[in-house]
Design a protein around this ligand. Structure first.
Ligand code: SAH
Length: 516
Protein backbone atom coordinates (compact mmCIF):
# COMPACT_ATOMS: atom_id res chain seq x y z
CA UNK A 1 0.00 0.00 0.00
CA UNK A 2 1.48 3.35 -0.95
CA UNK A 3 1.01 6.04 1.61
CA UNK A 4 0.20 9.47 0.35
CA UNK A 5 1.17 10.86 3.73
CA UNK A 6 2.23 9.74 7.15
CA UNK A 7 -1.34 10.01 8.41
CA UNK A 8 -2.85 6.94 9.96
CA UNK A 9 -6.28 5.88 11.11
CA UNK A 10 -6.77 3.69 14.17
CA UNK A 11 -10.11 1.92 14.39
CA UNK A 12 -10.33 1.47 18.12
CA UNK A 13 -12.85 -0.67 19.98
CA UNK A 14 -14.09 1.28 23.00
CA UNK A 15 -15.82 -1.67 24.68
CA UNK A 16 -19.32 -1.65 26.13
CA UNK A 17 -18.86 1.17 28.66
CA UNK A 18 -16.72 0.23 31.65
CA UNK A 19 -13.44 2.10 31.15
CA UNK A 20 -11.49 -0.80 32.59
CA UNK A 21 -12.48 -2.95 29.63
CA UNK A 22 -10.47 -1.06 27.04
CA UNK A 23 -7.28 -2.71 25.91
CA UNK A 24 -3.91 -1.30 26.87
CA UNK A 25 -3.37 -0.54 23.19
CA UNK A 26 -6.67 1.34 22.88
CA UNK A 27 -5.66 3.57 25.78
CA UNK A 28 -2.27 4.17 24.21
CA UNK A 29 -3.75 5.07 20.79
CA UNK A 30 -6.22 7.48 22.39
CA UNK A 31 -3.43 9.12 24.38
CA UNK A 32 -1.28 9.58 21.24
CA UNK A 33 -4.02 10.74 18.86
CA UNK A 34 -3.97 14.10 17.09
CA UNK A 35 -7.68 13.76 16.33
CA UNK A 36 -10.45 11.59 17.75
CA UNK A 37 -13.60 10.90 15.77
CA UNK A 38 -16.39 9.52 17.93
CA UNK A 39 -20.12 9.07 18.10
CA UNK A 40 -22.23 8.75 21.19
CA UNK A 41 -19.94 7.11 23.70
CA UNK A 42 -21.11 4.78 26.40
CA UNK A 43 -18.42 6.40 28.52
CA UNK A 44 -17.48 10.02 27.75
CA UNK A 45 -14.66 9.79 30.31
CA UNK A 46 -12.69 8.02 27.58
CA UNK A 47 -11.93 11.37 26.04
CA UNK A 48 -10.08 12.39 29.19
CA UNK A 49 -7.29 10.05 28.12
CA UNK A 50 -6.75 12.16 25.03
CA UNK A 51 -4.22 14.97 24.82
CA UNK A 52 -5.64 18.38 25.66
CA UNK A 53 -4.72 19.63 22.22
CA UNK A 54 -6.19 16.64 20.35
CA UNK A 55 -9.09 17.62 18.12
CA UNK A 56 -12.26 15.87 19.23
CA UNK A 57 -14.78 15.48 16.45
CA UNK A 58 -18.30 14.34 17.30
CA UNK A 59 -20.07 12.53 14.47
CA UNK A 60 -23.06 11.08 16.32
CA UNK A 61 -26.66 12.18 16.45
CA UNK A 62 -27.36 15.52 18.00
CA UNK A 63 -30.67 16.08 19.73
CA UNK A 64 -33.57 15.46 17.37
CA UNK A 65 -31.31 14.99 14.37
CA UNK A 66 -30.18 12.05 12.30
CA UNK A 67 -26.69 10.67 12.53
CA UNK A 68 -24.08 12.10 10.24
CA UNK A 69 -24.10 9.91 7.12
CA UNK A 70 -21.38 7.26 6.91
CA UNK A 71 -19.96 8.93 3.78
CA UNK A 72 -19.43 12.14 5.70
CA UNK A 73 -17.68 10.33 8.57
CA UNK A 74 -15.39 8.69 6.05
CA UNK A 75 -14.66 12.05 4.44
CA UNK A 76 -13.64 13.39 7.86
CA UNK A 77 -11.30 10.43 8.43
CA UNK A 78 -9.72 11.05 5.04
CA UNK A 79 -9.34 14.77 5.54
CA UNK A 80 -7.72 14.30 8.96
CA UNK A 81 -5.37 11.55 7.77
CA UNK A 82 -4.30 13.60 4.76
CA UNK A 83 -3.13 16.29 7.14
CA UNK A 84 -0.64 13.71 8.34
CA UNK A 85 -2.45 13.18 11.61
CA UNK A 86 -2.86 10.18 13.83
CA UNK A 87 -6.62 9.74 13.79
CA UNK A 88 -8.46 7.54 16.27
CA UNK A 89 -11.89 6.41 15.16
CA UNK A 90 -13.56 5.26 18.39
CA UNK A 91 -16.24 2.62 18.08
CA UNK A 92 -18.41 1.12 20.79
CA UNK A 93 -17.64 -2.51 21.57
CA UNK A 94 -15.60 -4.05 18.78
CA UNK A 95 -15.17 -2.21 15.46
CA UNK A 96 -15.89 -5.33 13.41
CA UNK A 97 -19.07 -6.44 15.14
CA UNK A 98 -22.14 -4.60 13.87
CA UNK A 99 -20.06 -1.44 13.80
CA UNK A 100 -19.41 -0.65 10.13
CA UNK A 101 -15.71 -1.18 10.68
CA UNK A 102 -15.61 -3.14 7.42
CA UNK A 103 -17.00 -0.26 5.41
CA UNK A 104 -14.53 2.15 6.94
CA UNK A 105 -11.46 0.09 6.15
CA UNK A 106 -12.64 -0.53 2.57
CA UNK A 107 -12.81 3.21 2.19
CA UNK A 108 -9.39 3.77 3.77
CA UNK A 109 -7.90 1.07 1.57
CA UNK A 110 -9.32 2.72 -1.56
CA UNK A 111 -7.74 5.99 -0.54
CA UNK A 112 -4.40 4.40 0.39
CA UNK A 113 -4.63 5.49 4.00
CA UNK A 114 -2.78 3.24 6.41
CA UNK A 115 -4.85 1.88 9.25
CA UNK A 116 -4.72 -0.31 12.33
CA UNK A 117 -7.56 -2.12 14.07
CA UNK A 118 -7.66 -2.35 17.86
CA UNK A 119 -10.27 -4.93 18.86
CA UNK A 120 -12.62 -4.24 21.71
CA UNK A 121 -14.83 -6.16 24.12
CA UNK A 122 -18.06 -6.49 22.20
CA UNK A 123 -21.32 -5.72 24.02
CA UNK A 124 -22.47 -9.35 24.14
CA UNK A 125 -19.28 -10.43 25.89
CA UNK A 126 -19.43 -7.53 28.33
CA UNK A 127 -23.10 -8.12 29.06
CA UNK A 128 -22.68 -11.86 29.55
CA UNK A 129 -19.68 -11.43 31.84
CA UNK A 130 -21.29 -8.71 33.97
CA UNK A 131 -24.59 -10.55 34.24
CA UNK A 132 -22.82 -13.78 35.20
CA UNK A 133 -23.90 -15.77 32.13
CA UNK A 134 -21.25 -18.17 30.78
CA UNK A 135 -21.90 -18.05 27.04
CA UNK A 136 -20.66 -21.58 26.60
CA UNK A 137 -20.95 -24.40 29.06
CA UNK A 138 -19.82 -27.97 28.57
CA UNK A 139 -23.25 -29.41 29.33
CA UNK A 140 -25.46 -26.67 27.98
CA UNK A 141 -24.08 -24.85 25.01
CA UNK A 142 -21.23 -25.41 22.61
CA UNK A 143 -21.86 -22.60 20.17
CA UNK A 144 -22.63 -18.88 20.22
CA UNK A 145 -24.39 -16.84 17.56
CA UNK A 146 -24.23 -13.04 17.38
CA UNK A 147 -27.33 -11.65 15.67
CA UNK A 148 -28.64 -8.20 14.97
CA UNK A 149 -32.25 -7.08 15.17
CA UNK A 150 -31.61 -4.62 12.39
CA UNK A 151 -28.49 -3.97 10.36
CA UNK A 152 -29.09 -0.28 10.17
CA UNK A 153 -30.20 1.58 13.29
CA UNK A 154 -32.02 4.06 11.01
CA UNK A 155 -34.15 1.30 9.49
CA UNK A 156 -36.58 -0.54 11.74
CA UNK A 157 -36.70 -3.65 9.58
CA UNK A 158 -35.71 -7.22 10.24
CA UNK A 159 -33.42 -8.52 7.53
CA UNK A 160 -32.46 -11.70 9.25
CA UNK A 161 -34.66 -14.78 9.31
CA UNK A 162 -34.60 -15.68 13.01
CA UNK A 163 -36.43 -18.99 12.35
CA UNK A 164 -33.18 -20.35 10.99
CA UNK A 165 -31.53 -19.77 14.35
CA UNK A 166 -34.19 -21.47 16.44
CA UNK A 167 -32.80 -24.98 16.46
CA UNK A 168 -29.04 -24.66 16.36
CA UNK A 169 -28.60 -25.19 20.10
CA UNK A 170 -26.30 -22.17 20.17
CA UNK A 171 -26.56 -19.44 22.77
CA UNK A 172 -28.10 -16.49 20.92
CA UNK A 173 -26.82 -12.97 21.55
CA UNK A 174 -28.99 -10.37 19.93
CA UNK A 175 -27.82 -6.80 19.35
CA UNK A 176 -30.18 -3.93 18.51
CA UNK A 177 -33.13 -6.19 19.18
CA UNK A 178 -35.29 -4.16 21.57
CA UNK A 179 -37.27 -2.34 18.86
CA UNK A 180 -38.04 -5.58 17.02
CA UNK A 181 -38.55 -7.79 20.04
CA UNK A 182 -42.06 -9.18 19.29
CA UNK A 183 -41.03 -10.19 15.76
CA UNK A 184 -37.76 -11.72 16.86
CA UNK A 185 -39.47 -13.77 19.56
CA UNK A 186 -42.28 -14.95 17.31
CA UNK A 187 -39.88 -16.02 14.57
CA UNK A 188 -37.81 -17.98 17.08
CA UNK A 189 -40.97 -19.67 18.39
CA UNK A 190 -42.16 -20.39 14.85
CA UNK A 191 -38.80 -21.90 14.13
CA UNK A 192 -39.33 -24.34 16.98
CA UNK A 193 -37.38 -22.91 19.90
CA UNK A 194 -38.99 -24.01 23.18
CA UNK A 195 -40.87 -21.13 24.89
CA UNK A 196 -39.34 -22.23 28.21
CA UNK A 197 -35.85 -21.41 26.95
CA UNK A 198 -34.30 -18.96 29.44
CA UNK A 199 -33.79 -15.43 28.14
CA UNK A 200 -32.31 -12.29 29.62
CA UNK A 201 -32.11 -8.70 28.49
CA UNK A 202 -29.22 -6.59 29.76
CA UNK A 203 -29.32 -2.82 29.38
CA UNK A 204 -26.30 -0.52 29.84
CA UNK A 205 -24.15 -3.56 30.47
CA UNK A 206 -20.91 -3.03 32.45
CA UNK A 207 -21.99 0.47 33.57
CA UNK A 208 -23.19 1.58 37.00
CA UNK A 209 -26.80 1.64 35.78
CA UNK A 210 -26.75 -1.84 34.25
CA UNK A 211 -30.15 -3.49 34.56
CA UNK A 212 -31.16 -7.02 33.82
CA UNK A 213 -34.50 -8.62 33.01
CA UNK A 214 -34.54 -12.38 33.45
CA UNK A 215 -37.36 -14.17 31.69
CA UNK A 216 -38.02 -16.94 29.19
CA UNK A 217 -38.52 -16.80 25.45
CA UNK A 218 -42.28 -17.26 25.81
CA UNK A 219 -42.68 -14.54 28.46
CA UNK A 220 -40.05 -12.08 27.26
CA UNK A 221 -42.31 -9.71 25.32
CA UNK A 222 -44.79 -9.40 28.18
CA UNK A 223 -42.08 -9.09 30.84
CA UNK A 224 -40.28 -6.49 28.77
CA UNK A 225 -43.41 -4.37 28.40
CA UNK A 226 -43.79 -4.35 32.17
CA UNK A 227 -40.14 -3.37 32.70
CA UNK A 228 -38.20 -0.14 32.24
CA UNK A 229 -35.57 -1.75 30.07
CA UNK A 230 -34.85 -0.19 26.70
CA UNK A 231 -31.98 0.28 24.28
CA UNK A 232 -29.07 -0.18 24.36
CA UNK A 233 -29.54 -3.74 25.44
CA UNK A 234 -28.28 -7.19 24.58
CA UNK A 235 -30.67 -10.13 24.61
CA UNK A 236 -29.21 -13.50 25.49
CA UNK A 237 -31.27 -16.62 24.88
CA UNK A 238 -30.21 -20.13 25.86
CA UNK A 239 -29.99 -22.65 28.67
CA UNK A 240 -26.83 -20.97 30.00
CA UNK A 241 -28.92 -18.00 31.16
CA UNK A 242 -30.32 -20.16 33.93
CA UNK A 243 -27.39 -22.37 34.78
CA UNK A 244 -27.43 -23.27 38.46
CA UNK A 245 -24.50 -21.25 39.75
CA UNK A 246 -25.55 -18.00 38.04
CA UNK A 247 -24.69 -15.02 40.20
CA UNK A 248 -25.17 -11.36 39.35
CA UNK A 249 -21.79 -10.56 40.91
CA UNK A 250 -21.64 -7.12 39.33
CA UNK A 251 -24.98 -5.83 40.56
CA UNK A 252 -24.61 -7.62 43.89
CA UNK A 253 -21.75 -5.34 44.98
CA UNK A 254 -22.65 -3.29 48.07
CA UNK A 255 -22.82 0.15 46.46
CA UNK A 256 -24.31 -0.94 43.13
CA UNK A 257 -27.08 1.43 42.03
CA UNK A 258 -25.95 4.13 44.51
CA UNK A 259 -24.95 7.53 43.23
CA UNK A 260 -22.29 9.00 45.48
CA UNK A 261 -20.78 12.47 45.34
CA UNK A 262 -17.06 12.88 46.00
CA UNK A 263 -16.20 16.42 47.05
CA UNK A 264 -12.41 16.50 47.05
CA UNK A 265 -10.26 18.59 44.76
CA UNK A 266 -10.00 16.82 41.41
CA UNK A 267 -6.35 15.78 41.86
CA UNK A 268 -7.16 14.12 45.18
CA UNK A 269 -10.45 12.52 44.25
CA UNK A 270 -8.96 9.60 42.34
CA UNK A 271 -8.34 7.29 45.29
CA UNK A 272 -11.76 7.75 46.90
CA UNK A 273 -13.46 7.43 43.54
CA UNK A 274 -11.60 4.21 42.91
CA UNK A 275 -12.53 2.71 46.28
CA UNK A 276 -16.20 3.56 45.76
CA UNK A 277 -16.27 2.34 42.17
CA UNK A 278 -14.80 -0.99 43.22
CA UNK A 279 -17.82 -1.40 45.49
CA UNK A 280 -20.15 -0.71 42.56
CA UNK A 281 -21.01 2.96 43.15
CA UNK A 282 -21.84 5.44 40.43
CA UNK A 283 -19.46 8.21 41.48
CA UNK A 284 -20.10 11.85 40.71
CA UNK A 285 -17.04 14.03 41.23
CA UNK A 286 -17.98 17.52 42.34
CA UNK A 287 -14.72 19.16 43.36
CA UNK A 288 -15.91 21.82 45.78
CA UNK A 289 -12.37 23.01 46.29
CA UNK A 290 -9.30 23.52 44.20
CA UNK A 291 -5.80 23.08 45.57
CA UNK A 292 -2.96 24.84 43.81
CA UNK A 293 0.68 25.45 44.68
CA UNK A 294 1.17 28.94 46.08
CA UNK A 295 4.22 30.22 47.86
CA UNK A 296 6.56 33.14 48.25
CA UNK A 297 9.80 32.19 46.47
CA UNK A 298 11.79 34.38 48.85
CA UNK A 299 10.47 32.53 51.88
CA UNK A 300 11.12 29.18 50.20
CA UNK A 301 14.71 30.21 49.40
CA UNK A 302 15.29 31.33 53.00
CA UNK A 303 13.93 28.11 54.46
CA UNK A 304 15.88 25.95 52.03
CA UNK A 305 19.12 27.79 52.86
CA UNK A 306 18.56 26.97 56.53
CA UNK A 307 17.16 23.45 56.23
CA UNK A 308 19.96 22.02 58.35
CA UNK A 309 18.83 23.92 61.45
CA UNK A 310 15.44 22.21 61.73
CA UNK A 311 15.22 19.13 63.92
CA UNK A 312 11.67 18.35 62.82
CA UNK A 313 9.73 18.96 59.64
CA UNK A 314 5.98 18.58 59.92
CA UNK A 315 3.65 18.02 56.99
CA UNK A 316 -0.03 18.75 57.49
CA UNK A 317 -1.25 17.42 54.15
CA UNK A 318 -0.23 15.51 51.04
CA UNK A 319 -0.59 18.74 49.04
CA UNK A 320 2.18 20.30 51.07
CA UNK A 321 4.35 17.22 50.56
CA UNK A 322 3.87 17.35 46.80
CA UNK A 323 4.86 21.01 46.40
CA UNK A 324 7.64 20.78 48.98
CA UNK A 325 9.46 18.03 47.11
CA UNK A 326 8.89 19.61 43.71
CA UNK A 327 10.62 22.74 44.98
CA UNK A 328 13.22 20.78 46.89
CA UNK A 329 14.36 18.82 43.84
CA UNK A 330 14.54 22.01 41.81
CA UNK A 331 16.87 23.47 44.43
CA UNK A 332 18.90 20.38 45.29
CA UNK A 333 20.09 17.44 43.20
CA UNK A 334 20.11 14.88 45.99
CA UNK A 335 17.69 13.78 48.70
CA UNK A 336 20.58 13.74 51.20
CA UNK A 337 20.55 17.57 51.11
CA UNK A 338 17.48 17.30 53.32
CA UNK A 339 19.80 16.51 56.22
CA UNK A 340 19.18 14.36 59.29
CA UNK A 341 15.93 16.07 60.38
CA UNK A 342 13.03 13.99 61.63
CA UNK A 343 9.73 13.94 59.81
CA UNK A 344 6.16 13.99 61.10
CA UNK A 345 2.93 13.63 59.11
CA UNK A 346 -0.61 14.40 60.20
CA UNK A 347 -2.04 11.15 58.87
CA UNK A 348 -1.46 8.06 56.75
CA UNK A 349 -2.18 9.69 53.38
CA UNK A 350 0.33 12.44 54.07
CA UNK A 351 2.85 9.87 55.33
CA UNK A 352 2.45 7.83 52.15
CA UNK A 353 3.19 10.90 50.03
CA UNK A 354 6.44 11.36 51.97
CA UNK A 355 7.32 7.67 51.82
CA UNK A 356 7.00 7.79 48.04
CA UNK A 357 10.31 9.68 48.17
CA UNK A 358 11.86 6.73 50.02
CA UNK A 359 11.89 8.70 53.26
CA UNK A 360 10.91 7.22 56.58
CA UNK A 361 8.26 9.09 58.54
CA UNK A 362 9.18 9.23 62.23
CA UNK A 363 5.82 10.18 63.67
CA UNK A 364 2.21 9.73 62.54
CA UNK A 365 -0.44 10.27 65.24
CA UNK A 366 -2.93 7.49 65.88
CA UNK A 367 -5.79 9.87 65.16
CA UNK A 368 -5.28 11.78 61.93
CA UNK A 369 -5.59 15.38 63.06
CA UNK A 370 -3.41 18.33 63.92
CA UNK A 371 -4.20 18.33 67.65
CA UNK A 372 -3.24 14.68 68.02
CA UNK A 373 -0.02 15.36 66.16
CA UNK A 374 0.89 18.30 68.39
CA UNK A 375 0.03 16.36 71.58
CA UNK A 376 2.15 13.42 70.56
CA UNK A 377 5.09 15.63 69.60
CA UNK A 378 4.94 17.47 72.95
CA UNK A 379 4.32 14.42 75.12
CA UNK A 380 6.51 11.82 73.44
CA UNK A 381 9.28 13.85 71.95
CA UNK A 382 9.54 16.95 74.13
CA UNK A 383 10.00 19.88 71.79
CA UNK A 384 11.22 22.60 74.11
CA UNK A 385 13.70 24.91 72.36
CA UNK A 386 13.65 22.66 69.33
CA UNK A 387 13.60 24.26 65.86
CA UNK A 388 10.73 22.94 63.78
CA UNK A 389 9.35 23.62 60.31
CA UNK A 390 5.65 23.24 59.55
CA UNK A 391 4.69 22.93 55.87
CA UNK A 392 1.11 24.19 55.45
CA UNK A 393 -1.44 25.70 53.11
CA UNK A 394 -3.17 29.06 53.22
CA UNK A 395 -5.85 27.89 55.68
CA UNK A 396 -5.11 27.68 59.42
CA UNK A 397 -1.51 28.40 58.61
CA UNK A 398 -0.34 29.00 62.15
CA UNK A 399 -2.59 26.58 64.03
CA UNK A 400 -0.01 23.84 64.57
CA UNK A 401 2.87 26.29 64.99
CA UNK A 402 1.07 28.32 67.66
CA UNK A 403 0.34 25.31 69.85
CA UNK A 404 3.84 23.93 69.46
CA UNK A 405 5.25 27.29 70.49
CA UNK A 406 2.85 28.03 73.34
CA UNK A 407 2.44 24.60 74.84
CA UNK A 408 5.65 22.94 73.73
CA UNK A 409 7.96 25.99 73.82
CA UNK A 410 9.36 25.00 70.44
CA UNK A 411 10.74 27.47 67.90
CA UNK A 412 8.57 27.10 64.84
CA UNK A 413 8.69 28.42 61.30
CA UNK A 414 5.85 27.86 58.88
CA UNK A 415 6.20 27.37 55.16
CA UNK A 416 2.89 27.88 53.32
CA UNK A 417 3.09 26.13 49.95
CA UNK A 418 -0.41 25.77 48.60
CA UNK A 419 -3.74 27.46 48.47
CA UNK A 420 -7.17 25.92 48.84
CA UNK A 421 -9.90 27.86 47.09
CA UNK A 422 -13.60 27.21 46.68
CA UNK A 423 -14.73 26.36 43.17
CA UNK A 424 -17.83 27.63 41.43
CA UNK A 425 -19.70 24.55 40.24
CA UNK A 426 -22.66 26.32 38.67
CA UNK A 427 -21.45 25.52 35.13
CA UNK A 428 -20.03 22.06 35.83
CA UNK A 429 -21.82 19.35 33.76
CA UNK A 430 -21.59 16.95 36.71
CA UNK A 431 -23.37 19.49 38.90
CA UNK A 432 -26.21 19.50 36.37
CA UNK A 433 -26.46 15.72 36.72
CA UNK A 434 -26.51 16.19 40.48
CA UNK A 435 -29.36 18.71 40.40
CA UNK A 436 -31.42 16.59 38.02
CA UNK A 437 -30.84 13.11 39.42
CA UNK A 438 -29.93 13.74 43.04
CA UNK A 439 -27.65 11.34 44.86
CA UNK A 440 -27.68 8.78 47.66
CA UNK A 441 -24.83 10.34 49.59
CA UNK A 442 -22.33 13.20 49.58
CA UNK A 443 -18.96 12.38 51.13
CA UNK A 444 -17.24 15.36 52.72
CA UNK A 445 -13.52 14.90 53.19
CA UNK A 446 -12.52 18.24 54.67
CA UNK A 447 -13.90 21.31 56.37
CA UNK A 448 -13.13 23.42 53.30
CA UNK A 449 -15.31 21.24 51.06
CA UNK A 450 -18.14 21.70 53.56
CA UNK A 451 -17.80 25.50 53.52
CA UNK A 452 -17.81 25.54 49.75
CA UNK A 453 -20.85 23.24 49.62
CA UNK A 454 -22.78 25.37 52.10
CA UNK A 455 -22.00 28.45 50.06
CA UNK A 456 -23.38 26.85 46.87
CA UNK A 457 -26.29 24.96 48.38
CA UNK A 458 -28.87 27.16 46.63
CA UNK A 459 -27.24 26.80 43.21
CA UNK A 460 -27.02 23.03 43.70
CA UNK A 461 -30.58 22.45 44.80
CA UNK A 462 -31.78 19.02 43.72
CA UNK A 463 -35.06 18.63 41.84
CA UNK A 464 -37.71 17.80 44.44
CA UNK A 465 -38.60 14.37 43.04
CA UNK A 466 -34.95 13.20 42.86
CA UNK A 467 -33.34 11.43 45.84
CA UNK A 468 -31.94 13.79 48.48
CA UNK A 469 -28.49 12.69 49.61
CA UNK A 470 -27.32 11.62 53.05
CA UNK A 471 -24.36 13.68 54.29
CA UNK A 472 -21.27 11.76 55.31
CA UNK A 473 -18.24 13.12 57.12
CA UNK A 474 -14.71 11.71 57.20
CA UNK A 475 -14.03 12.81 60.77
CA UNK A 476 -14.50 15.24 63.66
CA UNK A 477 -13.08 18.36 61.95
CA UNK A 478 -15.31 17.92 58.92
CA UNK A 479 -18.29 17.17 61.16
CA UNK A 480 -17.64 20.37 63.13
CA UNK A 481 -17.80 22.31 59.86
CA UNK A 482 -21.12 20.64 58.95
CA UNK A 483 -22.52 21.48 62.37
CA UNK A 484 -21.41 25.07 61.98
CA UNK A 485 -23.56 25.33 58.85
CA UNK A 486 -26.43 23.54 60.60
CA UNK A 487 -26.19 20.61 58.20
CA UNK A 488 -27.31 17.32 59.72
CA UNK A 489 -24.61 14.64 59.68
CA UNK A 490 -26.00 11.27 58.66
CA UNK A 491 -22.84 9.30 59.25
CA UNK A 492 -19.19 9.77 60.20
CA UNK A 493 -16.21 7.50 59.58
CA UNK A 494 -15.00 5.86 62.82
CA UNK A 495 -11.43 6.69 61.82
CA UNK A 496 -10.47 9.59 59.57
CA UNK A 497 -9.30 7.74 56.51
CA UNK A 498 -10.75 6.90 53.13
CA UNK A 499 -11.06 3.14 53.69
CA UNK A 500 -13.09 3.55 56.89
CA UNK A 501 -15.16 6.21 55.23
CA UNK A 502 -16.13 3.84 52.42
CA UNK A 503 -17.00 1.04 54.85
CA UNK A 504 -19.16 3.45 56.86
CA UNK A 505 -20.89 4.66 53.69
CA UNK A 506 -21.75 1.08 52.76
CA UNK A 507 -23.17 0.33 56.17
CA UNK A 508 -25.17 3.57 56.33
CA UNK A 509 -26.73 3.07 52.90
CA UNK A 510 -27.52 -0.57 53.67
CA UNK A 511 -29.34 0.41 56.86
CA UNK A 512 -31.39 3.17 55.28
CA UNK A 513 -32.37 0.80 52.48
CA UNK A 514 -33.71 -1.90 54.80
CA UNK A 515 -35.62 0.73 56.81
CA UNK A 516 -37.56 2.00 53.83
N1 SAH B 1 -19.82 -2.62 17.74
C1 SAH B 1 -20.66 -2.74 18.91
C2 SAH B 1 -22.10 -2.93 18.57
C3 SAH B 1 -22.75 -1.74 17.94
S1 SAH B 1 -24.44 -1.97 17.64
C4 SAH B 1 -20.16 -3.89 19.79
O1 SAH B 1 -19.27 -4.65 19.37
O2 SAH B 1 -20.64 -4.03 20.91
C5 SAH B 1 -25.18 -1.22 19.04
C6 SAH B 1 -25.84 -2.25 19.91
O3 SAH B 1 -24.87 -2.85 20.75
C7 SAH B 1 -26.89 -1.74 20.84
O4 SAH B 1 -28.14 -1.58 20.20
C8 SAH B 1 -26.94 -2.83 21.87
O5 SAH B 1 -27.64 -3.95 21.40
C9 SAH B 1 -25.48 -3.22 21.96
N2 SAH B 1 -24.79 -2.51 23.05
C10 SAH B 1 -23.77 -1.65 22.96
N3 SAH B 1 -23.35 -1.27 24.19
C11 SAH B 1 -24.14 -1.90 25.08
C12 SAH B 1 -24.22 -1.94 26.49
N4 SAH B 1 -23.39 -1.23 27.28
N5 SAH B 1 -25.16 -2.71 27.08
C13 SAH B 1 -26.00 -3.44 26.32
N6 SAH B 1 -25.98 -3.44 24.99
C14 SAH B 1 -25.06 -2.69 24.36
Amino acid sequence: MSNKSMGMVYLVGAGPGDLGLLTVRAQDRIAQADAIVYDKLANPQLLEWARDDAEKIYVGKSAGQHSIPQSEIQAILLEQAEKGRKVVRLKGGDPFIFGRGGEEIEFLHTHSIAYEIVPGVTAALGAAAYAGVPLTHREQSSAITFLTGHEDPEKQTLQLDFRQHAKTGATLCIYMGVGQLPRIVSELLEGGLNPDTPATMIQWATLPDQSTLDSSLGALVKDHEASHIGAPAIIIIGQVVRYPARNNWFSARPLFGKRIVVTRAREQAARLTQLLTEQGADVLELPFIKVEPKFDPKVVAEVFAELAVYEWIIFSSANGVRTFFELFFKAYPDIRCLGPMRIAAVGRTTAEAIESHKLKVDLVPKKANGDALVNQLIEQEGVESIKMLVVTGNLNQRALADRLEKEGKAIVDTLPLYETTRTDLSKDPQAKRFRENGADAILFTSASTVHSYAEQAEALKIEPEAPQPALGSIGPMTSAALEKHKLAIDFQAPQSNLEHFVVETISHLKNTQSDS
